[in-house]
Ligand binder design. Structure first.
Ligand SMILES: [Zn+2]
Ligand SMILES: [Zn+2]
Length: 176
């Protein structure tokens, strides 16, 4: 399979299942983002459902979704506990105190099983918050691929200073 480095809609439609609808082969970015979207359906925080997949050399190393720590009550059973914080630009943000974000859970899963994630990439269904971005920088992630933007203005400076890449992946079949 040729190396797929460009982003955007990257599937090819040269096969057909019933002679009418093209059966599209997923490009690598769509492949991993589709996995991240599927994983997000395991999320338990009612504030939002996010999935993350850590990848190197087209292999999945680790996955995560947002939810409570193992063995603790999940938000969909108990309720979210929201706290507010104020960003230096004055905007007020709300987060759930119960929840570990998807990308941190993917990193935790790799650590638990002794899997090095240095020089890997991550696919996340939403761009990371500033706290997760700091951790992604320190574990050696090279490129962050995301689907939906989330407060990107808050991470602009950190992206510029760190050199970590942030790339949006546009899915072919997205309706919105
Ligand atoms: Zn929650
Ligand atoms: Zn986060």
């Amino acid at each position: 399979m040729p190396d797929e480095t460009k982003t955007g809609c990257c599937c090819s439609g040269d096969e057909r299942n019933d002679g009418s609808e093209p059966l599209k082969r997923l490009g690598w970015h769509e492949y991993f983002m589709s996995v991240a979207q599927l994983i997000s359906r395991r999320a338990t925080c009612t504030r939002g459902h996010i999935g993350a997949v850590i990848v190197r050399d087209h292999n999945i190393l680790s996955t995560g979704y947002n939810g409570a720590p193992s063995g603790l009550p999940h938000c969909n059973d108990s309720n979210c506990h929201i706290y507010r914080s104020t960003h230096p630009d004055g905007t007020v943000e709300e987060n759930c105190v119960n929840t570990i974000h998807a990308e941190i859970n993917a990193i935790a899963q790799a650590a638990k099983h002794g899997i090095s994630i240095k020089d890997s990439d991550i696919y996340i269904t939403a761009s990371p918050c500033i706290h997760c971005l700091k951790v992604l920088i320190n574990v050696g992630i090279k490129t962050i691929y995301y689907d939906k933007p989330y407060k990107i203005e808050h991470i602009d400076e950190l992206l510029r200073l760190s050199g970590i890449r942030l790339v949006q992946v546009t899915m072919c079949n997205q309706k919105d």
